[in-house]
Ligand binder design. Structure first.
Ligand code: MRU
Length: 358
């Protein structure tokens, strides 16, 4: 299904010197690729959501730390590793909730340290370390493509042709380097002739549903209907929705799931209306160090995103107090299943999630 996409969310440039991302802040109006190779520009791109969605952030950070390391002057392996650690710590401050950022940077640092352990003291060690880092970043990228495909296949087993599916935010191709997580079964279904009807929440305040999900699904030829966030109850009640599918930014050991703000409200509604609530995510989004959702750090962003960013003039009085958490936590009791590349976890999640890691 990869061929329906005429864009690449995250990649490395042909000369290997830059991280290349599709600037998602300009969509759907403009398709512009940015070539980034400084740690500051990569940090900014993640912070400003030019690249966003947990798996895409992970892949961007992996290529990012690799390309940024090309600018170090050191030829000493020990000094080089110190710099890698410094950039890792810096990039980790860009967005706190999506665990894939931390997971990918951890893999990159471990690859660098392991290579350094083998060549330290020998000539050309820094080049050897960098080659290993590039290989690791490419692996993270390749694995993500395959993981998305498997999530799509696994989730499709729970769905039937003709279903109405509600999704929130964007957990599609733009949020990964493959066919997405929440949208992966939609693309798989499209290939097999399932006539899903997708309802996309606009997803205030940053409008990932309106700008990104609506864009990528309609480009792929899917039947997609855009609704405002506050219409979810109405479409559920009227019988238009048979499944809710979203992605995740971090899943705790007990199944509590952090995802885009608004997800928990939809999950509560889904339970009330007897509609299954599915969370599609790679195992790399599961953070076993978080026992429950209470341990997940939630990013808070500027209030201007609520009242200023999309309007010619501010829509609220100057100086208004705001609260703008980027994510919320859906308690696991509202989740019907968590669909990963390794299989499907069902309640009780503590046991079923642990089993997926075996
Ligand atoms: O703030 P964003 O746009 O990065 O939030 C994205 C989401 O909440 C996605 O649902 C999540 O990262 C999963 S993407 C496969």
């Amino acid at each position: 299904m990869d061929n329906v996409f005429d864009f690449k969310t995250v990649d490395i440039s042909e000369d290997g010197e830059s991280l290349v991302i599709l600037d998602q802040t300009l969509l759907p109006g403009e398709m512009k690729y940015l070539h980034l190779n400084t740690e500051e520009s990569i940090w900014e791109a993640i912070y400003k959501l030019r690249v966003r969605g947990a798996p895409a952030i992970g892949a961007a950070a992996a290529y990012g730390i690799y390309v940024a390391s090309g600018r170090f002057k050191h030829q000493d392996a020990g000094e080089f590793i110190k710099e890698v650690k410094r950039i890792r710590a810096y990039l980790e401050t860009s967005r706190p909730t999506a665990v894939n950022l931390f997971w990918a940077l951890d893999r990159m640092e471990r690859a660098a340290v392991s290579a350094a352990g083998k060549c330290s003291g020998k000539e050309g060690c820094v080049e050897i370390i960098r080659a290993e880092m590039r290989r690791e970043a490419e692996l993270i990228h390749e694995e993500d493509v395959e993981t998305c495909r498997k999530i799509g296949e696994n989730c499709l087993r729970l769905l039937r042709p003709g279903m109405g599916i509600l999704t929130h935010c964007n957990a599609g191709a733009l949020a990964t380097t493959g066919i997405g997580t929440a949208l992966a079964p939609v693309y798989e279904g499209l290939r097999l002739g399932y006539d899903f009807r997708i309802f996309a929440d606009e997803t205030r305040p940053l409008l990932q549903g309106a700008r990104l999900t609506a864009w990528e699904l309609s480009r792929a030829g899917a039947d997609v209907t855009l609704i405002c966030d506050n219409m979810a109850s109405c479409v559920m009640k009227s019988g238009k929705i048979q499944a809710v599918i979203t992605g995740a930014d971090r899943i705790a050991a007990n199944g509590d799931t952090a995802n885009k703000i608004g997800t928990s409200g939809i999950a509560v509604l889904a339970k009330e209306y007897g509609i299954p609530m599915y969370i599609n995510a790679p195992l790399s989004t599961v953070d076993l160090t978080c026992g429950s959702g209470e341990d997940i750090k939630i990013e808070e962003r500027s209030g201007e995103e609520i009242y200023k960013m999309w309007y010619e003039k501010p829509v609220s009085p100057e100086g208004i107090k705001t609260f703008n958490p980027a994510f919320d936590v859906t308690d696991s009791r509202y989740i019907s299943a968590i669909i990963t590349e390794k299989g499907i976890a069902e309640p009780p999640f503590e046991q079923s999630i642990k089993k997926l890691f075996e």
